[in-house]
Design a protein around this ligand. Structure first.
Ligand SMILES: [Zn+2]
Length: 320
């Protein structure tokens, strides 16, 4: 299936990105244009995630009506943190990042309240959808996507379709074991990619390395971006931590390339914004770890759509 579609510019959908800290909502045209958007905290005082979600949808609905446009809303698309049961449109599992979220029948609740068609998928899956329709993977049918942020998210498109698995858990690339003797991960596993390559882990491992080597800690908490800057400047401790992150990413991507034989691996999220030095280093790791026949013609690409990609991809489900 080619993922190029006939877009009607007339059509508008509400795209919603539900993350651990914020909910981002946007009125999105089928070509990805963001007409209007707003952001809410995922939880505020006693208000739970569904209260915040309904508040956001109510507000955007009102905004749309006040614009007095002749176009009806085509539907609501949601991309959410957690493992999403796409058939049921419910949250199969979410970590304590959003307490009480596991089991929430998202689609049913939103459909009942707003009477519009509702589509729900995982947030990184909808990012991959957006990249495959409008971004770096345009017109490609075989993609692996990684989102390198606070955590490490992943998604796979094979033969033009998102791979969901039985419970929506497929593509949990952050929890691929890249070191079977490595430290414990929050998932219960050991030596997961996320332990080395998430923003949180990079900052933590840098701090631990300074402590371990009895080097002075900076007065402020260490941010991932500082470690990256120190790496680029050649500071030895930062180089070591980033080398581990890049080796872990290289091993994970090589494994994925061997399993899925993709046309492209798309890397997005905050860490990917480092750009050329990161991609060049990753290319080198990958060349050492993956079969040349698999790498021939395969592209390692930065994501194109940036921070709005989840929200846009969420909306694109309405037309996909
Ligand atoms: Zn893990």
């Amino acid at each position: 299936m080619a993922r190029s579609q006939q877009f009607s510019k007339e059509s508008v959908a509400l795209g919603i990105d539900i993350g651990g800290t914020k909910i981002r909502l946007g009125l999105i045209e089928a070509d990805g244009t963001v007409v209007q958007e707003m952001t809410l905290p995922t939880r505020a005082a006693e208000r739970r995630v569904m209260d915040q979600l309904f508040l956001g949808i109510d507000t955007m609905h009102r905004v749309w009506e006040e614009r007095a446009e002749q176009r009806p809303l085509a539907g609501i698309g949601i991309g959410s943190a957690g493992q999403i049961d796409v058939k049921r449109g419910s949250v199969h599992y979410a970590s304590d990042l959003i307490p009480g979220y596991t089991g929430t029948p998202l689609r049913t609740l939103v459909e009942q309240r707003f009477g519009l068609p509702v589509y729900v998928d995982n947030d990184v899956n909808v990012m991959a959808l957006a990249e495959s329709i409008l971004g770096a993977g345009r017109n490609l049918d075989h993609l692996v996507c990684l989102a390198l942020g606070t955590g490490v998210g992943g998604a796979v498109i094979a033969d033009g379709k998102l791979v969901h698995g039985v419970n929506g858990g497929a593509g949990e690339i952050g929890h691929m074991t890249v070191n079977m003797l490595g430290p414990r991960c929050i998932c219960g596993g050991r030596g997961c990619l996320e332990v080395y390559a998430s923003g949180t882990s990079i900052a933590r491992r840098y701090r631990e390395r300074l402590v371990g080597r009895k080097l002075p800690l900076p007065p402020e908490p260490v941010e991932t971006r500082q470690v990256v800057d120190l790496w680029l400047a050649g500071q030895p401790e930062a180089v070591r931590v980033m080398e581990d992150a890049l080796s872990a990413l290289g091993a994970a991507i090589a494994g994925l390339v061997h399993i899925f034989n993709p046309q492209a691996v798309i890397v997005g999220g905050g860490l990917a914004e480092v750009g050329e030095p990161l991609f060049a280093a990753l290319e080198r790791k990958l060349t050492r770890l993956a079969m040349p026949s698999m790498l021939a013609g395969m592209q390692l690409l930065p994501a194109k759509l940036g921070g709005a990609s989840n929200m846009i991809g969420a909306a694109l489900q309405v037309w996909a």
